[in-house]
Design a protein around this ligand. Sequence first.
Ligand code: ADP
Ligand code: ZN
Length: 210
Amino acid sequence: MKRFIFLGPPGAGKGTQADFLSKKLSIEHISTGELLRQEIAAKTTSGEKARLFVESGDLVPDEIVIEILKDHISKIRGAGYILDGFPRNTAQAQSLEEHEIGVDKVILFDIDKETVIKRLSGRLYCPACKKFYHEEYRPPKEDTLCDNCHRALIRRKDDDPESIENRIRVYLEQTHPLIKYYEEQGKLEHIDANKEVDVINQELLERIGR
Ligand code: ADP
Ligand code: ZN
């Protein structure tokens, strides 16, 4: 049982936990947000189509994301994966079934809206390492440089107040219905994502029976 979906609002810490669990279980961490940012940075056709949606915090059209995901999954050889940020609506969930991309468990990251806003508004990002920092909760060792590669950290365009509001709205309208969808399939496990990173690490391992 090593095929997971991480579900939850932006800023819930899905990426951080996916990083942890993928290393622990030697499985693939697949973040559609990260795949999209790569396409955008490389200025591919899909990237150019996706850019404005990502920057404003809207969902990128299903065809584009599904194509990128399918392409990426077909190259994976290992035993399992974590889908981080996919599916984000019912049509995307159905596309997994259509393409026989299996899911054993769905981990829901429960978190308060105020915590989400605090986490996202102070967030800093290293585009080279794809690692997140936070001005207050996880500051880099030197001012605004990445601990790892010493490049200047940036603020993601979609971490501005307007896009944050929009991302939360989009989550509630389009992604939230997936909770019921996976509950009905008996695959859903809740995690309290308001807690600290290492507390959530442990809770996560418990939920998946490790
Ligand atoms: P966060 O979870 O913090 O919002 P992500 O890196 O997961 O950040 O996603 C960033 C953006 O990428 C989203 O706001 C959206 O525009 C786009 N995106 C990511 N995954 C999907 C998806 N499955 N469907 C549509 N758009 C997506
Ligand atoms: Zn770096």
